[in-house]
Design a protein around this ligand. Sequence first.
Ligand code: BES
Ligand code: ZN
Ligand code: ZN
Length: 480
Amino acid sequence: MNLRLITRISISDSQVYLVRVPGDLEKLPLDAKEKEFVKKQHRRLKQEFFSFNKFDKYIFVCFLPKTGKKSDQIENARQKGHKVFQVLAKTDMENVALKHIEEKDFELVAFAEGFVLGSYRFNKYKTSDEYSNKKPAIKNLKVVSKTLSPIELQQVAMLAKANFFARDLVNEPLNNLNAETLAERIAEACKKRNVLVEVMNKTKIASLKMGGLLAVNKGSVDPPTFTIAEWKPEKPLNKRPYVLVGKGIVYDTGGMSLKPSNYMTGMKADMGGAATMAATLCAVAEAKLPIHVIALIPATDNRTNGNAYVPDDVITMYDGTTVEVINTDAEGRLILADALSYAKKYDPELVINAATLTGSAMRALGTHGAVGMHTRAGIQMTKLIKTGEDVYERVVEFPMWNEYNEQLKSNVADVKNVGGATAGAITAGKFLERFTDYPFIHLDIAGVAHIDKKDSYRGIGATGFGVRLLFRFLQQMAEK
Ligand code: BES
Ligand code: ZN
Ligand code: ZN
């Protein structure tokens, strides 16, 4: 879909008008009866969304309330954008014009964003062309504004594309996306954008002694990969790079600590962190942000097999730490620990990790936000949380209190990979922290990377959570 800026609406276009108060209706191309109807319904029932079928086009009137927090107002506009999209998606309309009667560009942009983000479909495995999964006909969303910069609109479209890339990777099942094909697809996307990529194979990973990644991979018939992608513009503003680490478990059966089957379904999404970080880096490169950013993606599936790692194994990690495996289903932290130790070599400004790490994070926040934890990165964490409110990919800070380390003490090794029944998201974060010596933010996106019920423009299945959040965060880092 095309997003572009125009100055005049053509009469053959479907039209969307964003209004604030009933008085705004006077400026709209509706007849007296229609205006009366809208006023009445708005007054009596607080109805905010109206659509008029004119057969050759649609006219929509959306009231955008000016109450509550600004971030809630913006989210309201995104969701209205999706509502309009849903109506038009069932028609053959190709062109839609969008106008804000009060010329408030921030709501205009948000509306367009919801409209575009909600257009995502994962249809590749549908062989029938029934209406419900048919590609919507809409070709152009034309935004009417005299003040909006075209770049702002372009960025919305660019970020939607990056978000779709992440969703495409997450929605892909294991039989079409193992560690090697994940690395290939990331490498392909990177090369298109002048991002340097190196995919380390099993031999290389073994020679580096990445014991965490190798242990999880032992039960797999497919080799692991460790992808390094680097965006280094000519004169970066940062001397030390930002490093993005993403969990790339292409399938999590739990391993020998096998998941019951009702908990296993959906575990193709356990590479959600990898998808988010790869897509974010691509967006950074596409926007040519003047900052040096590196993504590290360790990847493997976690399965049972003759040679699979088992509980009680003691493994030696990349940095030499020994880990007693209590549960092979706590595999994400093992592959991430190696990537986090590896990140030290870059002397990073900040490392951000994204991972579908724990059921505990999902139980704590449901599908509405990610758990965030940090070490030595208080200022950046505050910025990230604020950005999360703005883009509505919200982050809730959990503590990094040292008392939680008690739960990770092992009798036979330096540390255990599981911290017991309580505070599971936190003990997982504390485990990761051991492998860092730089400013570090950890995002547990288990509840938000993949959702089972359709939710407005986030859709159903993969959501691409974190791409808009991290891009906007890094964009601020590039403004300093
Ligand atoms: N991939 C899962 C976490 C997960 C659960 C993601 C639900 C998305 C939805 C992770 O590898 C896992 O299995 N974690 C275990 C850890 C436990 C064994 C300490 C968990 O949270 O139950
Ligand atoms: Zn697991
Ligand atoms: Zn997992």
